[in-house]
Design a protein around this ligand. Structure first.
Ligand code: FES
Length: 72
């Protein structure tokens, strides 16, 4: 599925980068340019990245904890 129409980035591209060790969304944006133009794909791209990122950085851990607390 294409997530970012502006830069033709798919969910598979995002998962591949996460599996390759990309640990921050900023790094993902530098690598793929996802969510760097119109921004319409930002939330979807971030959700896919957060679900597949490897060792999480402190900011990702905090967001995951906050999301879990809101869901409870
Ligand atoms: S759809 Fe991704 S930046 Fe526009």
């Amino acid at each position: 599925m294409i997530v970012c129409l502006c830069h033709r980035v798919s969910d598979r591209d995002i998962r591949r980068e996460a599996a390759a060790g990309c640990t921050s969304f900023d790094e993902l944006q530098d690598e793929l340019r996802v969510a760097t133009s119109c921004g319409a794909c930002h939330d979807c791209a971030r959700e896919i990245f957060d679900a597949h990122a490897g060792p999480r950085c402190p900011a990702q851990q905090r967001r995951a904890q906050e999301a879990a607390a809101l869901a409870a």
